[in-house]
Design a protein around this ligand. Structure first.
Ligand code: ADP
Length: 266
């Protein structure tokens, strides 16, 4: 099932002196099971767009089709729990939301909230603790005794443990060291390979070139371009015009070669 935005506008504080159109006539369609990067300058509307995927914000105009739901300005909050089980949104620095006494309890919280039994939630928590690269022994520790990088993993495990179809993340690797970052992105890539859709906001063009297969470029609330990393990054003049960075040349070249090889082999 694809994700479809149809002429979506979003206006903060409408009909007040602070009125601000943060999304302006945004239309696109994303394929199921893709790895999507949303890029653009600060203030271009990336966070506003992300918050529409699970209806934290609803379009002021236009509509969104996602996970069997149609969302528009009239959508009531009543039936959105099922949507939020299928589409989860992870904000920047999600470790700030940890609150339980132990790591495992914290990871179990999400699955329990969505109706999994104690036993199922406990099994999912152990599975995801391992998947995010933490030893089971950490499970009984207080999340607040962990390092910042470990806390991030626990917070992400808590969201992935109920295995949403669509995982949306805002700068998930912000503040992590290079190795932690790579492990985190590998985890998301693996999640995609297992049949899920991953959508993330990032400022790092190397991550876009290496992991994403679809890119949305926002500028001042409008969708400037939608294409593969190859399409987006192959026009350096256009990138320069819009003050967008290029990925490291080597990495991009490597990706192009890999893709060409795939084409040859097929
Ligand atoms: P990005 O994530 O790309 O930095 P945002 O979606 O946060 O962009 O913001 C898009 C625009 O909307 C910006 O001009 C920002 O100042 C404005 N904006 C964001 N949040 C609010 C808010 N709560 N109230 C009013 N304006 C906002």
């Amino acid at each position: 099932m694809s994700i479809k935005f149809e002429k979506v506008d979003y206006i903060y504080s409408p009909k007040t002196p602070f009125e601000k159109k943060a999304l302006d006539n945004v239309s696109f369609e994303l394929k199921e099971n893709s790895f999507v990067a949303i890029i653009g300058h600060t203030g271009s509307g990336k966070s506003t767009l992300m918050q529409h995927f699970n209806a934290l914000l609803k379009p002021s105009a236009g509509q969104i089709k996602i996970a069997g739901f149609t969302l528009n300005a009239q959508t009531s909050n009543k039936h959105l729990k099922k949507l939020r089980e299928k589409v989860s949104l992870v904000f920047q620095f999600p470790e700030a939301q940890l609150f339980e006494g132990t790591v495992l309890k914290d990871i179990e919280y999400g699955p329990k909230n969505f109706g999994y039994s104690e036993q199922e939630a406990s099994e999912l928590a152990k599975k995801w603790l391992k998947k995010v690269g933490l030893p089971i022994s950490v499970g009984e520790s207080s999340p607040f005794d962990l390092s910042g990088g470990q806390m991030r993993r626990v917070a992400i495990a808590g969201v992935m443990a109920y295995e949403p179809d669509i995982l949306c993340l805002d700068e998930p690797a912000a503040g992590l060291d290079p190795q932690g970052k790579q492990e985190m992105f590998n985890l998301f890539k693996q999640y995609q390979k297992e049949g899920h859709t991953v959508i993330l906001v990032t400022h790092n063009m190397d991550d876009v070139a290496e992991y994403a297969d679809d890119v949305l470029v926002l500028e001042k609330g409008k969708l400037l371009r939608h294409g593969t990393p190859e399409e987006i990054f192959s026009n350096s003049e256009w990138l320069l015009q819009h003050h967008l960075a290029m990925p490291t040349a080597n990495l991009f070249a490597k990706k192009l070669v890999e893709n060409n090889l795939n084409i040859d082999l097929n």
